[in-house]
Design a protein around this ligand. Structure first.
Ligand SMILES: C[S@@+](CC[C@H](N)C(=O)[O-])C[C@H]1O[C@@H](n2cnc3c(N)ncnc32)[C@H](O)[C@@H]1O
Length: 206
């Protein structure tokens, strides 16, 4: 049986309000990711959340005094409808990697999105080259990765494509994309969960 698009699955989740549980489930990892990455970002800053779901991280960033604007992008129609209904932020319905933003950002955040792509390494390069300003910072978190054995069954269970890379492969992909000062972390580990794998990098200034 062929897999179905992740965006279709997540529209179903949004319709059943499962985005709310996902928001709660990801909160500790995202807090740790922002604590690690934001000190690197020049202030004031513009931000984008890629694979933003219902837009909750954009709303959190907008509450920061130094955040000028926080834009959300997601390919799920129901998630974007929800994001627009929950606030007056800027949200785009767009399937990636095809869509490109009109302007580049100082900060890019992405939680549990990259591995739904067939070629996440190519997306990292596009983010580096086209989504970030010089000195811009990217932080991304993934829970589906080689070392997290509990995640290996997810593609079959959900009938959705996921690209599984090891921590070393994600790091290599960040470096190959052109990021400098690449750091890898595992955050929010608990009860047998080995933690969200977090990658952080900076686009060098020319
Ligand atoms: C696991 S959810 C995470 C949502 C949000 N980041 C959060 O933490 O609550 C993954 C999101 O990525 C989106 N997504 C998956 N593949 C996509 C693609 N190719 N283009 C755009 N969005 C995509 C889904 O629609 C979904 O909202």
């Amino acid at each position: 049986m062929s897999t179905r698009p992740a965006t279709e699955l997540f529209s179903e989740w949004a319709t059943k309000n499962k985005d709310e549980g996902m928001e709660r489930g990801h909160a500790a990892s995202v807090k740790a990711m922002l604590d690690l990455a934001l000190p690197r970002v020049n202030k004031p800053y513009s931000a984008v959340d890629v694979g933003c779901g219902n837009g909750w991280v954009c709303r959190a960033l907008e509450s920061h005094e130094t955040c000028l604007r926080a834009v959300g992008v997601d390919g799920s129609e129901a998630m974007i409808e929800k994001a627009k209904a929950l606030g007056d932020g800027e949200f785009h319905l767009a399937v990636l990697p095809q869509w490109k933003p009109a302007t580049a950002f100082d900060f890019l955040h992405s939680m549990e999105f990259l591995y739904y792509l067939h070629d996440p390494a190519a997306m990292l390069k596009i983010i580096h080259d086209e989504w970030l300003k010089d000195a811009g910072v990217m932080v991304a978190g993934v829970d589906h990765y080689l070392e997290n054995e509990d995640s290996h069954g997810w593609p079959e269970a959900l009938n959705v494509h996921m690209t599984m890379l090891s921590e070393a492969q994600w790091k290599d992909a960040m470096i190959a994309a052109g990021f400098t000062d690449v750091e890898m972390h595992r955050v929010a580990a608990k009860d047998g969960f080995i933690g969200t794998l977090v990658m952080i990098g900076t686009k060098a200034s020319n």
